[in-house]
Design a protein around this ligand. Sequence first.
Ligand code: NAD
Length: 367
Amino acid sequence: MSKNKRKILLLPGDGIGPEVVREVKKIIEWFNKNKSLDFSFEEELIGGASIDANQIPITDEVFYKSLDSDAVILGACGGPKWDNLEFSKKPERALLKLRKELKLFANLRPAICFKQLVDSSTLKPEIVSGLDIMIVRELTGGIYFGEPRGIEPIENNERRGVNTHSYTTSEIQRIARVAFDLAKKRKNKVTSCEKSNVMEAGVLWREEVQKLKEKDFKKIELNHMLADNCAMQLLRNPKQFDVILADNLFGDMLSDEAAMLTGSLGLLPSASLGAKDKNGKIRSLYEPVHGSAPDIAGKNIANPIATILSLSMALRYSLDLDKEANLLDEAVQKVLDDGLRTKDIISAGKKEVTTADMGDAIISKLK
Ligand code: NAD
């Protein structure tokens, strides 16, 4: 198979999912036609759309197609129509199944503050302008999955809630390796966060990350930081960071905090990466950070940039097409430079455009 013959699976899902994924599809078609790339892509149902058609949030056929793809790009799952279903039948179960079965242990969330949109942030422009951080969060271990867990009755009519925070050497080094590899493509700097002052699991995290750095990543600058300090530093001086590495719990919080530095949900992409399979292919799922936004669905006003930047991450991390990823990132910048804005990021003096117009404008800048 040639480098350029890659399979992309598009899962638009619910709400604004189909509207924003439609713009991604247009861009893939543009790359096929104009850059001699030969992506084959298919589109399938997931979430509520799949429940409506097949009574289940993801069929086996779609699940196996996702296993067989080089990259899966998802819009969003869920919405009020399916809110009353029992938990195990909800649209969001499809997403949890994909994350679990594809063994997606690394969640990558860039927090980039476009200079053109610096006023959308609640922080001062000089603090966030030009911000470019990558948060690497461990996704399949730690306190969200550790055993024992549960709620149990104890004496005096009281109850106790228990969760267990646990990480092994290989789990820590596997995610640290992802952070170090990413830093090599960026500014060679990793800040690893834990709570080694109060948690043994934090001491192990710090030691294992340090060991891996000394063994395989001597040229990377590694700093260790307590997670609560990192939360403060993100607000005080976020531009000190390049790659932030954290476990599942701290990464969950730090990535949401970093995301909000940038202003709008409609701009934030994400990637979840798994282990390499026996053919060397990395399982991966790319999706915007936002949900299905039922309040604006079907109106052609959703911002497609988060999903388009998710495609750019897929080009970079799964398809080995850095040049095309850069081209797409630059096209987004140019459109913002031109003052085009969807409704969620509109400000005085800028031109409001629809979802489809924004996609077309980005394509025009690829040329
Ligand atoms: P949401 O992210 O869908 O929307 C929050 C707010 O941000 C809304 O006002 C929405 O209009 C706005 N918004 C979101 N994306 C936007 C975009 N691209 N352009 C313009 N505005 C945008 O979160 P929610 O309202 O809490 O959840 C709605 C549904 O989405 C729920 O069913 C939830 O379970 C689901 N959800 C799915 C995912 C996912 O599929 N990964 C993630 C989060 C929420």
